[in-house]
Structures are given as C-alpha cells and as structure tokens.
Design a protein around this ligand. Structure first.
Ligand code: TYD
Length: 147
C-alpha cells in the first residue's frame, strides 16, 4: 500500500448539481465525474446524538467525500501542524478529504445524516487511529510518499 501525504489545501468543497422541482430537489454524484475517484463504498452516519463527535483518524490511501445529507456538522481536518474547519449544512455540496489528513466530525445537529463516499472498500489496515502515530508519519524527513 502506498501512502501519499496531502496538504490541507488539497481538501476542498465540491458543489454538486441541483435539479430543483416543486416535488423536491435532486442531487446526483457520479464516480470519477463529480468526485475525483471511483466510488467503491458508501456509508452513512445517522442517529448521532446532538453535539456528538465521530472520526478521529486518518486514511493512508482512501479518499472520501463527505456530505451533510441532512442537518449539519463540522469537519476538522489536521495535517499534523495546522487545521481547517469546514461547516457542512447543505445536501448539494460536500467536502473532498484526500489521503493522510486527520479528520474529526464534530457538533452534529440532532437528526443529521452524514453521507460518505469512499474510494475503496472498508480496510482497517488503511486507518491510522493513533494521533501520535499519525504525527510521526507526516513528520518523517522523507514524508511525501511512504511505501
Ligand atoms: P469508524 O470508521 O471508526 O467510525 P467513525 O470514524 O465514524 O467514528 O467505524 C466504526 C466501526 O464501523 C468500526 O468498527 C469499523 C466499522 N466500519 C465497517 O465495518 N465498515 C465501514 O465501511 C466503516 C466506515 C466502518
């Protein structure tokens, strides 16, 4: 598995199409078209108690696209030195989270739904769940690509 470090600037909001209708709005996402990776997995967080947090890890090679399908929450991204916070509260845009950024999802509004599109199937070995291990990985002198 090759681990590629990302910069905080590589994380970005992607606006999605909206097809409005009096019958309700529609938004669609096609892998490798609206997000820069083939979509291999979809999961969602729901019934998250108001104010609760999730995440607290980095992915070595998996990219994700995070949408507040309903309600709101903040995504705090860290690169080991700096952090950026993105507030997600609409279902027609999402946050592209590239590899090797630490993420925490915080301040969920009650009843919110967090929809996540991922570039690969679930693989526990792709996670870094320990902050100190993460900082060591991104601080390595040759950090950039870790075989
Ligand atoms: P985890 O990624 O730690 O959740 P969060 O970052 O939102 O707090 O996953 C929680 C549990 O669910 C963990 O035991 C792994 C399992 N899981 C799967 O089995 N498949 C998946 O696709 C995901 C995302 C998690």
């Amino acid at each position: 598995m090759t681990t590629t470090l990302s910069r905080l600037d590589d994380a970005r909001i992607i606006d999605l199409n909206r097809i409005p209708s009096p019958r309700g709005n529609l938004t669609f996402i096609e892998g490798s078209v609206h997000v820069p990776f083939p979509i291999e997995r979809v999961y969602y967080l729901y019934d998250v108690p108001g104010g609760e947090s999730r995440g607290g890890h980095a992915h070595k090679s998996i990219q994700q696209f995070i949408i507040a399908a309903s309600g709101s929450f903040d995504v705090v991204l860290r690169d080991g030195q700096y952090s950026r916070t993105f507030s997600l509260n609409r279902s027609y845009y999402g946050l592209l989270v590239p590899t090797m950024l630490w993420r925490e999802l915080v301040d969920f509004s009650s009843g919110s739904v967090c929809l996540v599109l991922a570039s690969a199937h679930y693989d526990e070995s792709d996670y870094i769940r320990d902050w100190r291990e993460y900082v060591a990985a991104v601080s390595a002198p040759s950090a950039g690509t870790i075989a």
